[in-house]
Design a protein around this ligand. Structure first.
Ligand code: ADP
Ligand code: MG
Length: 233
């Protein structure tokens, strides 16, 4: 397997005022280049924690995680920021759009961080917005958009700089059936390139058929990994 993500014995314990919560208790997971992996499981089982560690947003307490052969935990923070900016697109569950910026300005952020000038960045952002069906809303502020439209802006922002890892936390939760399928087709079209990988957390059974494999989590563990084709038979 040409490995993109390689996790071994990942443990994460949150400690809030002495209250310890074990979010991950020994997760092993390999994801291949070119693969679309879905992550399912009940609320609180550790899905967001796991994808945050894979994307280098959160540090594990124990175990090792490599992304494209790099150990993000071992990187100096400046190198890690650069690596993340270039290689990772993240669609957060709460979208995390900047409220005072237009849709196109929000989407242009990853390009500007990577050194592109503002004009070309916003033109490229507008093209990406058109691909998610928001070509007419480039100047809208997040508050002027519906939940589903904000979700699509967040998806455009995650894809615009052609990252090698795309991580999405519930990317279709606010979308109707047709928009959900459009977004999945777009994600798949982008991710299916041989040097890319896509990890999607979802409860949405309507999109399971887009996965290559589905990993099921429970209580801080991965309890099964199934080929999507088998699961849907
Ligand atoms: N920042 C945090 N501080 C304390 N506990 C947290 C934090 N984030 C998540 N948790 C806890 O860790 C566990 C796993 O959470 P999470 O990874 O968000 O699960 P999921 O995404 O599957 O719903 C839950 O018990 C949750 O309450
Ligand atoms: Mg979550």
């Amino acid at each position: 397997m040409n490995t993109a993500v390689h996790c071994r014995n990942l443990v994460k314990v949150y400690d809030t005022d002495g209250q310890k919560v074990t979010a991950l208790s020994g997760v092993n997971l390999d994801i291949a280049l070119g693969e679309l992996m879905m992550l399912v499981g009940p609320s609180g089982c550790g899905k967001t924690t796991l994808i945050s560690i894979i994307a280098g947003i959160l540090d594990q307490d124990e175990g090792a995680c490599e992304l494209f052969g790099e150990d993000l935990l071992a990187m100096r923070s400046y190198d890690k920021l650069n690596f993340r900016a270039k290689n990772i697109g993240f669609v957060f569950q709460a979208y995390n759009l900047l409220p005072s910026l237009s849709a196109a300005e929000n989407v242009s952020i990853p390009l500007i961080i990577n050194g592109m000038r503002r004009g070309p960045a916003e033109r490229k952002a507008a093209e990406m917005l058109a691909r998610v069906g928001l070509g007419e809303r480039t100047t809208s502020l997040p508050a002027q958009l519906s939940g589903g439209q904000q979700q699509r802006v967040a998806i455009a922002r995650a894809l615009v700089h052609s990252p090698r890892l795309i991580v999405c936390d519930e990317p279709t939760s606010a979308l109707d059936h047709q928009s959900g399928h459009n977004v999945m087709n777009l994600l798949k079209e982008v991710a299916l390139q041989h040097d890319r990988v896509l990890v999607i957390v979802t409860h949405d059974a309507r999109i399971f058929s887009f996965a290559d494999r589905i990993a099921e989590m429970d209580d801080g563990h991965i309890v099964s990994i199934t080929d999507a084709a088998t699961m849907l038979k």
